[in-house]
Design a protein around this ligand. Structure first.
Ligand SMILES: Nc1ncnc2c1ncn2[C@@H]1O[C@H](COP(=O)(O)OP(=O)(O)O)[C@@H](O)[C@H]1O
Ligand SMILES: [Mg+2]
Length: 280
């Protein structure tokens, strides 16, 4: 599916001319982007390029100066809070979570938009939450206090909460930054299998290449490229945007782009000395 196809029936996420500034400095500059329905869109770009700010504006956590966000044809700015929470779930980099809550309590927050204020959690809500904890490999942590969880465990609990919210759009800000390689791969596999429209800021470009169907590149607040990983992740773009020297090959199993980065020429480390021991 191409980004252009999404715009025809209004499904998926569409961001129009979005701008956000802080004290006169433009941080997100007139961004136009689409995220195809049911696919993962990767938002990439160097540190400080505006990824977090853009995602916060998409999720209505920051009010843009200008522009609009449409989700499956609805203007996000016009949705009531509760409706917004049913349609869109966010996994922020640093969730401001009550330290005394248990992991299960945190996941159950995902059911809040479906309950009235005084309604207790139903058995069905708990079943959904426990299932989501199991899906992020945190089944044994239901009763653990949030304050005792590691960064990676918190990230997985937050994803479980977001999935329990059963949203149309999943907004993820560096969802794998605290995760070891195995948990990073399984978290992104889980997001892919959830089949939701997802937009994720990702630092690891090889993970973006492997899991994203569509990639949008930010540089100094502007969207400078968008398309399939194959079309976008070229040595030219990586040099331009990240100022790195990279080779782009093909992943032997997935057929996706596989990036290899080279140290700057002036600081080439010496080759490791050959080992004196035979491989055993
Ligand atoms: N509230 C704010 N006030 C001033 N500058 C901000 C504010 N929020 C973000 N910025 C600046 O905007 C730029 C983009 O930040 P951010 O969106 O966090 O980038 P990224 O997520 O791509 O690393 C950074 O230079 C950051 O310092
Ligand atoms: Mg960020």
């Amino acid at each position: 599916m191409t980004a252009a196809e999404t715009t025809q029936d209004g499904s998926g996420l569409r961001v129009h001319d979005l701008s956000w500034s802080a004290r006169g400095t433009v941080i997100v500059d007139d961004v136009e982007l689409t995220a195809p329905a049911g696919r993962i869109t990767g938002l990439i770009g160097p540190n400080g390029s505006g990824k977090t700010t853009l995602l916060r504006a998409v999720a209505r956590l920051a009010r843009p100066d200008r522009g609009a966000v449409h989700l499956d044809g609805s203007d996000v700015a016009r949705l009531r809070r509760r409706e917004l929470a049913r349609r869109l779930a966010v996994v922020e980099q640093h969730a401001g979570t009550d330290l005394d809550m248990t992991a299960l309590d945190v996941v159950l927050l995902g059911r809040t938009p479906y309950r009235t204020a005084l309604q207790a959690d139903s058995g069905a809500d708990r079943a959904l939450a426990l299932d989501a904890l199991a899906r992020v490999d945190m089944a044994g942590f239901a009763a653990r206090k949030w304050s005792t969880l590691s960064g990676g465990e918190r990230q997985r609990v937050q994803l479980a909460r977001a999935l329990t919210q059963q949203p149309g759009l999943l907004v993820l800000d560096e969802p794998t930054n605290h995760l070891d390689v195995s948990h990073a791969l399984s978290l992104l596999t889980l997001v892919r299998e959830a089949g939701l429209t997802s937009i994720a800021a990702l630092h690891d470009l090889n993970l973006a290449a492997m899991f994203c169907d569509h990639v949008v590149v930010l540089r100094r607040g502007r969207a400078v490229a968008a398309g399939s990983p194959h079309d976008v992740l070229t040595p030219e773009l990586l040099r331009d945007v990240y100022e790195v020297d990279a080779d782009v090959g093909t992943h032997p199993r997935t057929g996706r782009p596989l990036l290899t980065f080279h140290p700057p020429a002036a600081s080439q480390p010496p080759a490791p000395a050959p080992s004196s021991q035979e491989d055993s």
